[in-house]
Design a protein around this ligand. Structure first.
Ligand SMILES: [Zn+2]
Length: 67
């Protein structure tokens, strides 16, 4: 099993069309991946950090996401 995490990736939320910049994070109580968005206004369920669409998108692309 590989444990390599993509250091930085940009994906597009298929629901919101928001560009998500994915980064690994290591904070207590937080998932192992976080994201920011350049065009947060496009998010249909802000805040972008908790957007269920964004979370589903990240989950689909990154099997290691534990959020
Ligand atoms: Zn969204």
């Amino acid at each position: 099993m590989r444990s390599v995490i993509t250091k930085m990736a940009t994906i597009e939320c298929s629901t919101c069309s928001t560009l998500l910049e994915i980064y690994p994070q290591d904070a207590p109580g937080e998932p192992n991946l976080g994201w920011t968005a350049l065009d947060e206004d496009l998010c249909k369920a802000p805040p972008i950090k908790r957007c269920p669409h964004a979370r589903a998108e990240v989950k689909r692309r990154f099997a290691e996401y534990d959020g």
